[in-house]
Each structure stands twice: as structure tokens, then as C-alpha cells.
Design a protein around this ligand. Sequence first.
Ligand code: B12
Ligand code: SF4
Length: 469
Amino acid sequence: MKILFIKPPINHNVFSVTRYEPLEFEYLAASVPDHDTDIFDMRIEKDFVKKLESFNPDVVGITAYTCDVKTVKNILKEIKKYKSAIKTVIGGNHATFLPQDFNDGFVDTIFLGYADHTFPKYINALNEGADVREIENLGLPDTHGIFFTEKKSIPTDLDSLPFPARYLIEKYRKKYHDSLRNKIALIMSSRGCPFRCTFCACWKLMDGRYITRKIDSIVQELKSLPDDIDMVYFSDDNTVHNIKRAWKLAEEIKEHKIKKKLQMYARTDSIVKNPELFRSLREAGLEYLTVGFESFSDDGLKKLNKKTTVQMNEEAIHILKDLGIYINAHFIVNPEFTEKDFNCLLHYIDERHLFRPAYPVLTPLPGTRLYEETKKDHVIKDYDFFDFAHSILPTKLGRREFYYQLARLYNKSYSLKRYLKNMSTKKGLNNTRNTDGISLLKLILIRILAVFLYFKMKNAYKSEPLFYE
Ligand code: B12
Ligand code: SF4
């Protein structure tokens, strides 16, 4: 069978200076080696109808974050208009938690959860004319609604999965990069998370379990990456949860002399309890660590069920700064913020010399406890705005004031004045440690973009489909 995977274009609201490889499709393509597969990345190329004409697929698979749902539904409609015989299939986070959103006559099959085992079963069933209703974890839309096949736990053996079919994205390889334009590859080393944060549904995808790949297999995959890849991004929910394993990973990477810059996710409790592990990971190449600090107050952390404390966050910052690991610091902006809260957050990051902060607005993503608890209060229903820059929930401040404060927060965080101040403070293992790896040239570029972004964010209330004041 001929299978085409389509990565949708980036949502027009999302500001993104990065573009990462579509790992989900590389895994799915690898799961059906006997079939003819291709990937079409609409973040790079636009004309998918031309691709349909030239490739002539039997099956088209699409993925969708919540903020992409509207765009993806339009693409699916166009595909069916072009040729209704093409089987259209959808998967990913949104489809898993709100499959009913795809019951619109343009989708043949909805995949629920990780599909490494169900996708090949499905393709083989189609190929052989067998009944797909025998396959677990599918939603099959029909005129009466969606027929759900048996729900089964996702297999936990990640080592039996074939390596991602990276040869399919060779044509795009030069276009995948991080915000500093490092050529980047993604690697999945674990899945799931044992924590239960209220704003996150990632843990649900693995039914609350944390499963990992064997270190040998990760090392083999790292070794198989093209030489010109500068940076490897661990696309896990919680890369450093299993400490013993993380030690082994660091040791093996060093032993095998793998010279790539690494980027991972970690929680502050893992950092504080294991500073020496992070030294070892640093020696193995860990350059950027994404850390969900989430809040500057214990009360805020408690409400999010993060199970960390401000004290822990504080210690983690010191450890990482001392080790010279750049911190991608995430802080959630709560719609209940007052002007004082915005100021406290700014003060917090300033005092701690955090120079790569991101401020996602608390967003009730489908599948989260937050979504269930707030469903009736959403002031925006349009999925295009589930972009972490708009507030789906009512804001305590007026909408105009809320976005002004958010724009100001970003503007001040990345100001030239802060940069120069941080440059002149104590230097550790790394000369630019207090600017978290951002060079002056990079900052100037950020500042140019920031002018545009500042006004976009400040005026976000004007473009909202529903707002009140
Ligand atoms: C790495 C990552 C990124 C990377 C890029 C990933 C990429 N390929 O482009 C970066 C950091 C750039 C990123 C950006 C964003 N991300 Co992100 N990201 C992740 C993370 C941590 C891992 C994703 C991954 O690579 N997994 C490994 C692959 C192999 O698994 P997978 O994608 O889940 O695919 C499997 C199944 O879902 C299923 N499947 C998926 N699609 C399809 C399609 C078909 C046809 C089928 C059959 C099956 C199928 O089968 C696959 C194989 O088993 C997830 C967390 C998570 N647990 O999902 C968040 C996550 C997906 N991201 C999320 C979001 C919101 C974003 C942003 C929109 C945030 C923002 N506002 O900037 C941006 C989007 C930018 C863009 N459009 O490119 C949310 C999505 C939630 C939602 N309901 O929408 C998640 C779940 C995190 C969260 N906050 O909860 N992200
Ligand atoms: S936010 Fe992070 S720590 Fe919390 S449940 Fe999600 S992946 Fe786990």
C-alpha cells in the first residue's frame, strides 16, 4: 500500500523559530517496512494536492495538536474532495482525548494513543481486506457516531520498535533546526511520567506508567545519526526520571565518544537529589535542560499538583548554573494573575538570572484534569487559540491588561539592559552561563522580532473570537 503522512503547517498564532523532525511519522513509517511510505511536511511545503497527485496514496495519515485541529480538518476535507477513496487516518494527542472532534465525515479511522503496534495491524488488515474492527484502540466513525474497538493497554516494550525511518526526511534535513539554528534530531528514550500535574495529559498516554528504552539501543540510535547533526533533543515527557538509567546513559555516551550537544527535560526534584548525575550528563554533552519550574510560589505549585517546592526550584537553578547547563525555564502564567503576580514573576527570573524563560499561559488541554474541571468556563472555544499565548480561561485582569502584562513580561525578560547586567555577573564553567547561551547577536535578532511580538501579544485580545471586558 502507498501511505502518505502529512505534518500540518504551524498554527498562525504559534510563534515558533524552531522546526523539528516529525518523529511520530518516522516511527509509524518504520512500523510498515513492506509498504511504500512518504512524509510531506507542510511547515516546509504547501501544495499537498500536488503531492497527492504525484504519490497517489491509498492511505493518508495526519497528526494534530489541539491548536492544529481546525487546519487539519480542512486538509482532511480537501483530501476527500480530491479522491474519496483515499483512507484518511488521524492520531496524536487531540485525537486520543477528543476523538469525537473528528467525526465529521472526512476521517475513516482515529488512532487512540501510541500507535506503533496498531498502525501496522491496520495497514495489513486494509491490505488483506480483513476487518479492522478486530484491532484495539481505534475509533471508527460511522453514521451513528464513532464505533470504538476494544481498549487495550499500550505495549511497554520500546526496544522492540524499529528505529525511526529517518531516510524519509533526508529531503528536509537542512530545514530542521532549533532556535539557535543548530541542526537537530529528535530521539525518544522513554515514554510517560509517574506524576499527575493538573495541566498535563502526557502521563495518561502511558496510563500513568514510565517506560524506558535500553541504553544500548539509545546509544546505537545516537551513533546512527548523520554527522552534521549538532544537537539531539530527547523528546520524552521526563527524560531523567529513572536515575540509575540516566547515570548509565551519561556513562555510555561518554564511553562511545558521541559528540553531540544534548537537550533534555527534567524536574527540579531529580536535579536537587542528583547533582552529580547532572555533572555527568553535562560531560556527556547536556547543554540545554528544559525545566518546568511553573510557579514562583509554593501555593501555585500546589494548585498545579507539581509536587515540587520553591526551595527545590531554587536549589536546582544553583546546581545547573554552577554546572554551566543552560536552562530553558518554563513558568506558567495563570489567568488569575494580578499585576503584582506578573511583577513577582519578573522579579523572580531576574533575581535568578534566568535568561531563557518561556511563559505559557495555563491552558486546559484535552485529557487534563484542568480541562475537566474548567470545561464550562472556557471563554474561547476555538481550538486555533489553544496556543499557550491566549487565555482560554477567564482572566482576573481585564483581557487587554492581561495581554499587556504578558507582553511586558516577555519584553522585560529579554531586554538588552537585562542582558548586559547578566553578562557582567559572576561567570561559572561557561562564559555565557548567566545569559543561558544567548549571544549578543542572537539577542539583537530576538529584540527585532520582539517588537513585532510585543504588539501582537499586547493586542491579542483584539483577535480573540470571544472576549469580554
Ligand atoms: C518533543 C515535543 C515537541 C517538540 C517538537 C516535536 C515535533 N515533532 O515537531 C517541540 C519542543 C518543538 C514542541 C513544540 C510544540 N508542542 Co510539543 N511536545 C513534544 C513531546 C514532549 C514529545 C512528542 C514526541 O516527539 N513524541 C514521540 C513520538 C514518537 O510520539 P507521538 O508524537 O506521540 O506519536 C505517537 C502517537 O501519538 C501516535 N500518533 C501521533 N500522530 C499520529 C498520526 C497518525 C496518522 C497515527 C496513526 C498515529 C499518530 O502514534 C505515534 C507513534 O506511537 C510531547 C509530549 C507527548 N507526550 O506527546 C509534547 C506535546 C505534543 N506538545 C504539545 C504542544 C502544545 C506543543 C506546541 C503547540 C507548544 C507551543 N505553543 O509552542 C508546540 C507546537 C509547535 C509545532 N507545531 O511544531 C502538547 C500537545 C497537546 C495538545 N493536546 O495539543 C504536548 C502533548 C505537550 C503538552 N504540553 O501536553 N513539542
Ligand atoms: S508536567 Fe511533566 S512532571 Fe507533570 S505530569 Fe506532565 S510530564 Fe509529568
